[in-house]
Write a protein that binds this ligand. Structure first.
Ligand SMILES: C[S@@+](CC[C@H](N)C(=O)[O-])C[C@H]1O[C@@H](n2cnc3c(N)ncnc32)[C@H](O)[C@@H]1O
Length: 224
C-alpha cells in the first residue's frame, strides 16, 4: 500500500499514524523533523536552534496567542501543540508573515506530548486556553485535565514555572480548579482569576459576548 502510494506520487501517512479500523491511532507526539514514533525526550535547543526559555500552548488553534507572545518576547521560544493539522498550518503561516523565528506549530496530541516527550523541569510556562469541554457526562474522561495530566504538567515546568488556564465552561473550570488544587507540586497564584486575558480567538469572541469565564494561574512550587 505504501509503495503503491509512492508510485502514484502520493506521500503515505507516517507509519505510526496509519489508521486501522477498530484500533485507535497512537497519539501524535513527534515534532517536525523527527521520525514518526520518536519517544526520546525533546531536545529543545536542537528543535529551536538556540538555548532559551520554552513555553508550550496546548490547543493553540489558529495561533493568535502564541504569535502575539512571540512578537512581544523574542528571547523566549514558543511551541503550539495543536491536534488539527489545518490549524497548525494557519498558525505557522501567521508566524512566517510576521517574520517570527521563535515560534513553531506542530500537529501533536498535547496531552501525550507533555506526558511522554517533554523533559522534566524544561518549560517556563504551559498555556491551555479553552480546552474542549466535553460537557456530556459519558465524555468527561476525554477531557485534558485529569490528575495524571496535571501531575505531568507540573513536572514539565521549571520550579516557579506557570500553568495558565481559561475556559468559558464554568463546570469544567471548577473541575480543573479542583484537580490543580489537589496537586501538591502546584500552588495557585493569588488573584490570578481576574485581571488578565489570553487574547485567543475564543477569548476575544466570548469577551465581546460578555460571557462569564473561569481563569487561573498555577505555579510549580519552587520545592515541588
Ligand atoms: C475550543 S478550541 C480553543 C482554541 C484556542 N486555544 C483559543 O482559545 O482560541 C480547542 C483547541 O484544542 C485543540 N485540541 C483538542 N484536543 C487537543 C489535543 N489533545 N492536543 C492538542 N490540541 C487539541 C482543538 O483542535 C482546538 O484547536
Amino acid at each position: 500500500m505504501r509503495r503503491a502510494l509512492k508510485r502514484a506520487g502520493l506521500s503515505p501517512a507516517p507509519k505510526d499514524f496509519v489508521e486501522t479500523p477498530g484500533i485507535p491511532p497512537p497519539p501524535r507526539t513527534s515534532l517536525p523533523g523527527e521520525p514518526p514514533g520518536t519517544s526520546t525526550p525533546v531536545d529543545w535547543a536542537g528543535f529551536f536552534g538556540r538555548v532559551a526559555p520554552v513555553e508550550v500552548e496546548i490547543g493553540s488553534g489558529r495561533g493568535r496567542f502564541l504569535t502575539d507572545e512571540a512578537a512581544a518576547r523574542p528571547d523566549t521560544s514558543f511551541l503550539g501543540a495543536e491536534i488539527e493539522l489545518e490549524y497548525t498550518r494557519i498558525g505557522q503561516t501567521r508566524a512566517e508573515k510576521m517574520g517570527l523565528t521563535n515560534v513553531r506549530f506542530a500537529r501533536l496530541d498535547g496531552r501525550a506530548f507533555v506526558l511522554d516527550r517533554v523533559p522534566a523541569g524544561s518549560l517556563a510556562a504551559l498555556h491551555v486556553f479553552f480546552p474542549d469541554p466535553w460537557p456530556k457526562k459519558r465524555h468527561t474522561k476525554r477531557r485534558l485535565f485529569s490528575p495524571e495530566f496535571v501531575r505531568g504538567a507540573a513536572l514539565s515546568l521549571v520550579p516557579g514555572g506557570l500553568l495558565r488556564v481559561a475556559t468559558d465552561n464554568l463546570p469544567y473550570f471548577e473541575a480543573i480548579r479542583e484537580v490543580l488544587d489537589a496537586e501538591p507540586a502546584f500552588e495557585k497564584v493569588p488573584g490570578s482569576e481576574a485581571g488578565w486575558s489570553s487574547g485567543t480567538d475564543y477569548e476575544r469572541k466570548y469577551e465581546k459576548e460578555g460571557r462569564p469565564m473561569g481563569r487561573g494561574i498555577w505555579r510549580r512550587r519552587p520545592e515541588g
